[in-house]
Design a binder for this molecule. Structure first.
Ligand code: GN1
Ligand code: MG
Length: 363
């Protein structure tokens, strides 16, 4: 986009300082991000184009995010925490509407304050996994008493029954004519279907709560200070009510995989118990105060659920002819499905060890 157009968009927001320039920042896959530099002492800002095809209800999305950040901010204020502007994101309203986004007739935009001098980490090690566990546990803990009801920014995002229904439809329609070669995998998934829908069942029986979760737990969604301490959690688009299994299981799905998500060599793919232990230790440290026995007891289930759910999603997309995930080659979604299935099998094999480790932590 032209500098001039970007500057016009920024000018719609109620921010301080004189604009100097707007230039691309980072390499997000979903939203497009720019850094907004202002003159003199005024803060700099981040301008983001919100991906409206993935997030259909931008108004709800931004209401969620502002509710979350305001709640965290007011907690920090009451506790007398220092440097709050570095520890929680600050969004700015559109001057004309007072809403926390601007719609230019075609695209949705938002502006937040740029937090200077931060460091991000992408390496997954036992040390960073422990920190991620503790940080996301804290995040859930801080939001446990949020007084408003948040919306579901992607409906049924981690609903296992819904994801299975999508797979079953894909099987029935067999749009891309690929069913024969994957029938064995569909059967493997169906064998586990009832067990894997346990979360939804427990919820219906009133035995499992939904809490505010981040739903995209990874190391690169945490901002660190130069000294290595955690500043805040970012990328709040998927913050919504969910089972805590989402934050727990989806982190492990990517971080505790010894191979790649789309590894062709299945020997590379195994569930890494060292990462599991470090992450679980950190998570339980901050989350055990509010977790119920049913939630704790099912953490090993969550570790298997996410590789399972991702196998289901990749396979459904393969059967549909690759309409959701970007593919680099025709078999890509099948390769991904097989790698996630291998990770699931490894996570299943480690269930007793997970159970024992959690018991040890609680003793
Ligand atoms: C998508 O694009 P990315 O990597 O942030 C997907 C996740 C999947 C992931 C699998 C909105 O996330 O749910 O787990 O791919 N996000 C959406 O790689 O569908
Ligand atoms: Mg993301």
């Amino acid at each position: 986009m032209e500098q001039n157009d970007l500057q016009k968009i920024v000018a719609q927001f109620d921010i301080k300082g004189d604009l100097v320039e707007v230039k691309p920042l980072g390499n997000g896959l979903i939203n497009t991000t720019y850094k907004v530099t202002t003159a003199g002492d005024a803060p700099d800002y981040v301008l983001q184009h919100i991906n409206n095809s993935i997030f259909p209800d931008v108004d709800m999305l931004m209401q969620n995010i502002v509710a979350v950040t305001s709640h965290i901010r007011s907690k920090y204020e009451k506790e007398g925490v220092s440097d709050i502007d570095r520890k929680v994101l600050t969004f700015y309203p559109c001057k004309a509407t007072g809403k926390y986004f601007y719609y230019d007739g075609q695209n949705y935009w938002r502006v937040m304050e740029f937090i200077p001098d931060t460091v991000s980490q992408t390496a997954v090690t036992p040390e960073t996994s422990y920190i991620v566990g503790e940080t996301f546990g804290n995040f859930q803990a801080m939001l446990a008493d949020i007084p408003v009801q948040l919306g579901e920014t992607i409906k049924d995002f981690h609903n296992m029954e819904f994801r299975l229904q999508q797979l079953r439809e894909a099987v029935a329609e067999n749009k891309a004519g690929r069913l024969d070669e994957v029938k064995w995998l569909v059967d493997e998934l169906e064998k586990r279907a009832e067990e894997m829908c346990k979360g939804e069942r427990l919820y219906r029986e009133g035995k499992l709560p939904k809490r505010i979760c981040h739903c995209d737990t990874k190391v690169d969604n945490i901002l660190f200070d130069r000294d290595g301490s955690v500043l805040c959690v970012i990328d709040l688009d998927t913050v919504m009510p969910n089972f805590i299994f989402s934050d727990f299981g989806d982190f492990l799905r990517s971080a505790a995989n010894t191979g790649r998500e789309d590894d062709k060599n299945l020997d590379n793919v195994n569930f890494n118990m060292e990462i599991f232990k470090a992450f679980t230790k950190g998570y339980l440290k901050s989350a055990r105060v509010f977790l119920t026995p049913v939630e704790i007891e099912n953490l090993p289930y969550a570790a298997a659920l996410f590789p399972y759910m991702q196998t289901v999603r990749f396979l459904a997309d393969y059967l549909n002819g690759d309409t959701y995930y970007k593919v680099q080659y025709p078999e890509h979604n099948l390769v991904r499905s097989k790698a996630q299935f291998k990770l699931l099998q490894s996570a299943e094999a480690h269930q007793p060890e997970m159970v024992a480790f959690i018991q040890e932590q609680l003793a």
